[in-house]
Design a protein around this ligand. Structure first.
Ligand SMILES: NC(=O)c1ccc[n+]([C@@H]2O[C@H](COP(=O)([O-])OP(=O)(O)OC[C@H]3O[C@@H](n4cnc5c(N)ncnc54)[C@H](OP(=O)(O)O)[C@@H]3O)[C@@H](O)[C@H]2O)c1
Length: 309
């Protein structure tokens, strides 16, 4: 029997990525594509590549429950999941930051929590910057090499969603780079928790690029360590990971756009015992909907990589 899937907040960028990943995948039925602002309209009004049969719905949560979906994705702005996730009877993956590290909710980074994700009813999908930074730092931190880290990150403007804001205003971002939340982005805490290291700082920037994140980690080492040896540690750490690639060169956005990959490279040290590691991901895929499908596969007992590249 087909797996029934509902998406709440389906008209946003992450909702559209989920529709693309699941619509043509055999064995899946999109039973609800909720959008308050676009209810009744064809999805192709917003996304011309969408199949003309697809329409936005606006079911109540009770109606969604009656459809008996196998899993519901929440792609709404912050606040929605905190108020509504517990009313949904099926498995839920929330893409907002509402439930990350909340009690009884599994943090959905498969490279950290694969087994608990598979057993969970409610998964909080990680933030896009946090995904890149945690994957960039994890092997070095878990090897006990790192004293502190500063992550300098750049994101495509789709990271700010479709909802208009000063971080996706076409006039403001054209030929420009915007720094924001220099020391107070909520992902800073998420990265600290994911890495299990308090001495982590993070500053994001928006680029005039649609999709992709580059996270450059400046890791101050406890003692001088050979960079090639560190790269080998990363290779071993991620050897079995289907979506993490450790490269000899410095990755860029072209390596990851439209994929669920996280590419790691750089691995240079300097005479101040700083290790530089560069991570790239597609913010809408490994940073959001691709990772959500990876988590869905685990939760529904399907092969983890199915439907993803
Ligand atoms: N974008 C990313 O790279 C990314 C990465 C990781 C996590 N996330 C998180 O995932 C969640 C969804 O992100 P998103 O990028 O898909 O957000 P989004 O594009 O802003 O869309 C989210 C919802 O906001 C409403 N919306 C969209 N455009 C609007 C407009 N012009 N006016 C009024 N309402 C509008 C829609 O709700 P209705 O359809 O119900 O009308 C839409 O489904 C957020 O919590 C975000 O923090 C995003």
């Amino acid at each position: 029997m087909d797996k029934k899937i509902a998406i709440i907040g389906a008209s946003g960028y992450t909702g559209w990525e989920l529709i693309k990943l699941l619509f043509s995948r055999p064995g899946f039925d999109l039973v609800g594509l909720n959008s308050e602002s676009n209810s009744g309209r064809p999805v192709s009004d917003l996304y011309p590549d969408a199949d003309p049969k697809l329409k936005f719905t606006n079911y109540t949560i009770d109606e969604i429950n009656r459809l008996e979906p196998n899993l519901v994705f929440l792609c709404q702005a912050d606040g929605y999941a905190a108020a509504n996730a517990s009313k949904i009877n099926s498995r839920v993956i929330d893409l907002s930051r509402d439930l990350r590290f909340a009690e009884g909710v599994v943090y959905g980074l498969p490279e950290l929590n694969r087994k608990s994700i598979a057993a969970s009813r409610l998964v909080a999908n990680p933030g896009c910057y946090a995904t890149a930074c945690i994957l960039a730092g994890l092997p070095a931190v878990q090897s006990g090499l790192v004293e502190r880290i500063v992550f300098d990150c750049k994101s495509g403007y789709s990271g700010a969603g479709r909802t208009p804001s000063d971080r996706n205003d076409p006039k403001r971002i054209a030929d420009n780079i915007l720094a924001y939340k220099l020391s107070s982005h909520p992902h800073q805490n998420e990265i600290r928790q994911g890495l299990g290291l308090a001495a982590v700082s993070f500053t994001p920037h928006v680029l005039p690029v649609f999709r992709g994140i580059m996270a450059t980690g400046h890791m101050i080492l406890k003692k001088r360590t050979d960079a090639a040896m560190i790269r080998d540690k990363y290779r071993k750490f991620y050897a079995a990971e289907p979506f993490v690639r450790v490269m000899d060169r410095i990755p860029d956005l072209h390596d990851v756009q439209n994929t669920n990959l996280c590419c790691l490279g750089g691995f240079e040290t300097d005479d101040a015992d700083r290790l530089v590691v560069v991570a790239t991901i597609d913010n809408l895929l490994k940073g959001a909907s691709g990772q959500a499908v990876q988590n869905m596969n685990l939760m529904l007992g399907l092969p983890e990589t199915e439907g993803l590249t």
